[in-house]
Structure formats: C-alpha cells, structure tokens
Design a protein around this ligand. Structure first.
Ligand SMILES: [Fe+2]
Length: 200
C-alpha cells in the first residue's frame, strides 16, 4: 500500500491567470510526484508505517525510525503539504464568510489586515517554505521552513500558501510579493471554512 498522488481537483489552467497552467503542471506532475515517490521509497524500508496515514506519520516524527526520519520529514512533508495545498486553493476565489470571517476579524482586526499579515509572513520566510493559517482557539499565522508542517508541533492548519520558488517563479520570477497578492484570487474559502469548523 503506497501513498498515492491524489488527483488534482481541477485542470492545470483552472487557476489562470493568477497561477499559470505550466507552473501547475510542473508543480503537480513533477514536484508533488517526486515527493510522493521519495516518501514511498523511504517508507518501504519500514513498511509497517504504510498502515498509518501521512498525517499520523508527520504529526509524530519521533516514532519514525531514525534511518528514514529526515527523508520522511522532507518528502513525506512535501507529499502531505501539497495534498493539503491543492485542496485549499481552487478556481473560485471570493472571501471568507460566517464564523471564519468573524474569527479572522477578531484575531487580526479585519480580513484585509489578515491578508496583509499573511503576505508579510510569507515574504519574511527566508528561502523555501510555507505560510499557514492555524486554528488553535484563536487564529494565528505561522511559517515553516522547507517541507515542515505545523501538525508536527501539534497545530491545526486550515490554509496555506507554498512559498517555494517552484510555486511561482515561471510567472512571477523573484516577485514573491506579487504571487502572494494574486494568491487571494485562488483561495478555496469553502474548504478553509470546513476545516475551521472541524477544528473546533
Ligand atoms: Fe510546492
């Protein structure tokens, strides 16, 4: 039982013009696939771990045998992070509503202020990594390096933006700020709201 590359829930060009089709194709078909393949290759050395979910493994890296722990952290993290990322983005965009909108206003002052802080966090993450919205009672923004996922720290992410250069370089080159501004057009707020409700 290998960890499968999930089907992308929309076409490569569905997020145009904000995220271009070529970037999506390479990101999913090459980067995400490579994380899945390398994750499986590592787990094959300790196949008992195939009985666990990727979430369970990344949430408890200490139980992963040391000889594969770094590979699992990097490639298992890459596998899981992209699984999550494709779910919380999509073609519809829009804005949050209901309880999530209220919680964002309570935590950050307003939806606009939340967006600014999220973009700023994504910009200040040096090198490769991710910026996350975490639901922990009160909402908070955190970043992680490389392919680390906040669930390893016991946190519950409900939204993320991939700030690796492979996520934006073809269209935005070095302008991560422009990519993060465009990101708001492709957030799947329905999915984020669902995850927010489940976190309570
Ligand atoms: Fe990525």
């Amino acid at each position: 039982m290998a960890f499968k590359l999930p089907v992308l829930p929309y076409a490569f060009d569905a997020l145009e013009p904000h995220i271009d089709a070529r970037t999506m194709e390479i990101h999913y078909s090459r980067h995400h696939r490579a994380y899945a393949d390398n994750f499986n290759a590592a787990i094959e050395k300790h196949p008992g771990l195939f009985e666990k979910s990727a979430e369970e493994i990344i949430a408890d890296l200490d139980m992963v045998p040391e000889d594969i722990r770094m590979a699992v952290r990097n490639h298992g993290g890459g596998y899981l992070n992209h699984n999550f990322f494709w779910q919380v983005i999509g073609p519809d965009g829009g804005e949050p509503s209901g309880d999530l909108k209220k919680a964002l206003s309570e935590a950050f002052g307003s939806f606009g202020e939340f967006k600014q802080q999220f973009e700023k966090a994504g910009l200040s993450r040096f090198g490769s990594g991710w910026v996350w919205l975490i639901a922990e009672g009160k909402l908070e923004i955190v970043t992680t390096a490389n392919q680390d996922n906040p669930i390893t720290e016991g946190k519950t992410p409900i939204l993320t933006a991939d700030v690796w250069e492979h996520a934006y370089y073809l269209k935005y080159q070095n302008k991560r700020a422009d990519y993060l501004k465009a990101f708001w057009n492709v957030v799947n707020w329905k999915e984020v709201e669902k995850r927010f409700t489940e976190s309570k």
